[in-house]
Design a protein around this ligand. Structure first.
Ligand code: UT7
Length: 327
């Protein structure tokens, strides 16, 4: 996807709520065990919101951290996109609350809903605006509060879901050596919608007595689809760019289940030590997993400037996609 300009990742930030929900605590809620959860998902604990916290709080703090990292002020931002499936309210967009709290100009600000592939969808939108020369700096946030839509009597889902936010500042670069976002891809298949969805709370079944506004998932089916389409997307991006898998420094998949992450790497024959995983102590916080994983690996020194990252995500919809990015 070539444009007039390069779109680079100028800043990265994230925020995790302080409250931890451990496997041992979940053992008190449903019939399960710490051992089962660890073996089948890789998760030991997940971060969840306090009662007074909501998605815009996490989105704001992650955005603030990314701006600081980019050494930019809120006034420098030209467009703000928040990827989320769990807004504070159905109306207004989270992005407008973040715009106000940051003190940005009256720039465009909107939410983008593409479940766990939301962040990569928003990143691709930002990429296009920057490459086309329309905007210089776009703030892209992935933020979710899945705990509010998790059924803590359903052992098949409550072990996975979590809350948090991550953000990138995507900027125009005039550096001829910079590559930035090299390629990106997005896909969908709505025929599988009922395998992962929230039955109630939308326009088809509005809130009311007996309405289930909690996540319902066919885990086994989703698992297989996730591995298959994420591995295929990696291959698609390699084909699109003519790159070889050896050139990828870090594979950063959506953090849904450690076994899914392992299976993608295995099916690609990609070395496990070059795969970033943060699921163990964070859980699956949907749109936020990829920017949080990238931020974590930057802060701990694994990801360095110039490294080539392969980001790939999958979620309910179905939606899936990827991005190859030089950091
Ligand atoms: O964000 C993107 C969307 N989400 C995902 O990508 C999640 C994809 N799916 C998964 O991560 C996994 O399918 C789960 C973690 C949800 C389940 O793991 P699994 O290995 O696929 O288990 P399963 O659904 O095949 O169930 C195996 C057994 C069943 O018992 P029977 O029928 O064999 O007697 C389940 O009832 O394990 C049982 N089970 C549990 N046992 C203890 C299911 N959940 C639990 C549990 N504790 N929490």
């Amino acid at each position: 996807m070539n444009g007039l300009y390069k779109a680079v990742i100028r800043g990265v930030g994230s925020y995790l709520p302080e409250t931890r929900l451990t496997n041992v605590e979940i053992e008190q809620m449903v019939e399960t065990s710490d051992d089962w959860i660890q073996t089948r998902t890789g998760i030991v604990e997940r971060r969840i919101a306090r009662p007074e916290e909501a998605t815009s709080d996490f989105a704001y703090l992650a955005a603030r951290a990314a701006l600081d990292d980019a050494q930019l002020e809120p006034a420098d931002i030209d467009l703000l996109i928040v990827a989320t499936e769990t807004p504070d309210y159905i109306l207004p967009p989270v992005a407008c609350q973040v715009q106000a709290r940051l003190g940005c100009r009256n720039i465009g600000a909107f939410d983008l809903h593409a479940t766990c592939a939301g962040f990569l969808s928003a990143l691709q939108v930002a990429e296009q605006y920057v490459k086309a020369g329309v905007h210089r700096h776009v703030l892209v946030v992935g933020a979710d509060t899945l705990s509010r839509f998790t059924d803590y009597t359903d052992r098949a889902t409550c072990i996975l879901f979590a809350d948090g936010a991550g953000a990138f500042v995507v900027s125009r670069s005039d550096d001829p050596a910079a590559r930035g976002i090299v390629a990106s891809a997005l896909h969908s298949d709505g025929t599988y919608f009922h395998n992962l969805y929230i039955p109630g709370g939308g326009s088809r079944t509005p809130y009311g007595e007996g309405v289930k506004a909690k996540i319902v998932m066919d885990g086994r089916k989703i698992f297989k689809l996730a591995v298959n389409v994420m591995a295929t997307t990696v291959q698609e991006l390699l084909n699109q760019t003519g790159c070889h898998l050896d050139e990828i420094d870090w594979l950063i998949p959506h953090q849904a289940n450690q076994r899914i992450i392992d299976a993608i790497a295995e099916s690609l024959n990609f070395p496990a030590e070059k795969v970033i995983s943060t699921i163990q102590n964070i859980g699956n916080n949907s749109s936020a997993t990829i920017p949080i994983a990238v931020d974590t690996a930057i802060r701990d020194g694994r990801i360095q400037r110039g490294d080539l990252l392969m980001l790939v995500a999958f979620g309910g919809g179905l939606v899936w996609g990827g991005a190859m990015v030089e950091y």
